[in-house]
Design a binder for this molecule. Structure first.
Ligand SMILES: [Zn+2]
Length: 273
């Protein structure tokens, strides 16, 4: 188990490793269409892609805050280590004061649940209001094909389990030193968190990019997990430009370490930061 942590502003930030996700290479899609996708796939070797699933613990003002909750056990044998990771970081479920969700996909939200019960007995769960509205909407559910509806039952189970401890938040400063950043496309309400302090600014960018090297080199590469691949690509172009200009430290749910984006020619690259 890798322990990856550092002090950023008033918070001690630690990666919590949930496991490895692997999928077919055909999960990569290209925002410029089928010809660009065929060219991209032809340039790659191998038939699968693999990336880490992580979430984060922040100790600081307001106690113990998690950003996302991992998949939790019992969904996939290569995932579900998040509760063990918390234990190894000295975190008991009752220690957690709040969970900030970037979005409602299973690998970020399912770990909130122990069966149909809340895994965290005291925590408030803060969810972007647009995200919560989307995944509690029957019209939004019916507009998606069956294979893309998995976030709806998870959302319903979380809302039922946590009841009055669910808080929908709107953009702005949600905790001392932590502001929201809208990152639409992967889901319509996906929200990043910008943590500022002591001359360093870190962005928790969730799933704005799943594969840092591939998607910084070509921000038009999306995945089948993106709700709107073209919007996700536009968000990446904007985001990478800002990340370079502001020298943000990046903590991504599917990146392996704290990273920084840099400009490479007409596009970008990423390296440990
Ligand atoms: Zn994810």
């Amino acid at each position: 188990m890798k322990l990856r942590s550092r002090r950023i502003g008033d918070y001690d930030v630690a990666f919590l490793f949930d496991g490895m996700f692997s999928t077919g290479i055909d999960s990569l899609v290209h925002a410029r269409g089928p010809a660009a996708q065929a060219e991209m796939l032809a340039s790659r070797s191998g038939t699968t892609i693999e990336f880490e699933v992580n979430h984060f613990a922040l100790r600081g003002p307001g106690g113990l805050t998690l950003i996302d909750a991992g998949t939790g056990p019992g969904w996939n044998p290569s995932l579900g280590q998040s509760w063990d990771s918390m234990r190894q970081n000295g975190i008991a479920p009752a220690d957690v004061d709040r969970v900030l969700l970037t979005h409602l996909h299973f690998d970020h939200a399912r770990g909130l649940l122990d069966g149909d019960k809340p895994y965290f007995p005291r925590a408030e769960v803060l969810i972007p209001s647009t995200e919560l509205a989307c995944y509690t909407s029957e019209a939004a559910r019916l507009a998606l094909p069956e294979a893309r509806r998995s976030a709806f039952p998870i959302t319903a189970a979380i809302v039922k389990a946590y009841g009055s401890r669910i808080r929908a938040f709107v953009p702005g400063e949600i905790m001392p030193g932590i502001e929201t950043v809208a990152l639409p496309g992967h889901t319509m309400g996906q929200t990043g968190f910008l943590l500022k302090g002591n001359g360093e600014t870190a962005l928790f960018w969730a799933d704005a990019a799943h594969m840092g090297d591939v998607q910084t080199a070509d921000p038009d590469v999306s995945t089948v997990f993106d709700y709107d691949p073209k919007l996700a690509a536009r968000t990446r172009w904007w985001l990478f430009d800002r990340a370079v200009a502001e020298n943000w430290l990046i903590a991504g749910s599917h990146l392996s370490d704290f990273s920084r984006v840099r400009r490479v020619g007409q596009t970008y690259g990423i390296a440990a930061g």
